[in-house]
Design a protein around this ligand. Structure first.
Ligand code: HPA
Length: 286
């Protein structure tokens, strides 16, 4: 394990998981994909998949949330004459709110890094705050607001004098984000762009909180993604993300928000989402 990986996690748990997974795969994954609420069906696109139940992986955190399957899938995408680089798909994620421990959501990212992953695509279902968004829209994450005020960055020994450098980092990778935009263009898919705001959850927001987030400049709100992206960048990976706007944020619609609404929208839009993600992944060359 390299020095960067040690920086974020106590390494024995990580070693156990990585040793176990290394024995299951011959090909080292180059790109990892985290699939958000209700978006797990993308994993069915993988050709000749090696599917591993997360319960079987030593030390691996498991999710209790409906719509988060807890599978790791290794393989590639194939489409007529195109083939992707080797992939590691996280079908279902574990959220910070499930344990109250930031190590939980970033564990898979550290596993990915230790297995050799260079690119991390993060997806989620999110509430739409931007008033021009509709339920079912897809949004490229162009920036984020960390309103959970939690950060997985651990300064290394050399950093201790100036542990603040991470705050100056550009988190979202321009090249990977550009591949998402070009994929949407080739497919002639409308793609929103916007700032994703991370709140700890697990309760949905109040109308007043959404009004506050709107004034702060957030376009979408959710309970994930940001710790994974920060960890990825700290570990030297490129990252980019797509939100599925699964609902209008609390207070914008007459009905109270429910997880069912999130799942129903994901299921309605999932073919479009799968198309965009596949086209993006097929265009990643390194
Ligand atoms: N708020 C927070 N998280 C979410 C939402 C929301 O409206 N929709 C999906 N995840």
């Amino acid at each position: 394990m390299n020095k960067e990986s040690q920086r974020l996690h106590d390494s024995s748990r990580l070693h156990d998981a990585v040793d176990f997974l290394s024995l299951k795969t011959i090909e080292r994954p180059v790109t990892a994909i985290v699939l958000g609420s209700g978006l797990g069906d993308f994993a069915n696109q993988i050709a000749d998949p090696i599917v591993i139940d997360s319960h079987a992986v030593p030390s691996y955190p498991t999710s209790s949330v409906q719509g988060h399957d807890g599978k790791l899938v290794f393989g590639r995408l194939r489409d007529q004459n195109r083939e992707s680089l080797p992939l590691l798909v996280f079908k279902g994620r574990v959220h910070y709110y499930e344990s109250g421990d930031l190590q939980t959501p970033i564990f898979p990212i550290e596993v990915a890094k230790a297995l050799g992953v260079k690119n991390l695509l993060v997806t989620n279902a999110a509430g739409g705050i931007n008033r021009s968004f509709a339920s079912g829209d897809l949004m490229l994450i162009t920036d984020f607001i960390n309103l959970a005020f939690l950060n997985p960055h651990r300064p290394s020994e050399e950093d201790r004098v100036t542990p603040f450098h991470a705050k100056n980092k550009r988190y979202l990778d321009e090249h990977l984000s550009g591949l998402i935009l070009s994929a949407a263009e080739r497919l002639q898919l409308p793609l929103q762009r916007g700032t994703y705001c991370w709140l700890k959850g697990p309760s949905y927001e109040t109308k007043a909180e959404i009004e506050m987030l709107h004034r702060l400049g957030a376009d979408a709100v959710g309970m994930s993604t940001v710790p994974e992206m920060i960890a990825a960048v700290e570990l030297g990976m490129r990252t980019a993300g797509i939100s599925l706007i699964s609902n209008l944020a609390a207070g914008f619609s007459a009905e109270p928000l429910s997880h069912n609404e999130v799942s129903e929208t994901a299921s309605r839009v999932k073919q479009t989402f799968i198309g965009l993600l596949s086209e993006t992944i097929l265009s990643i060359k390194n």
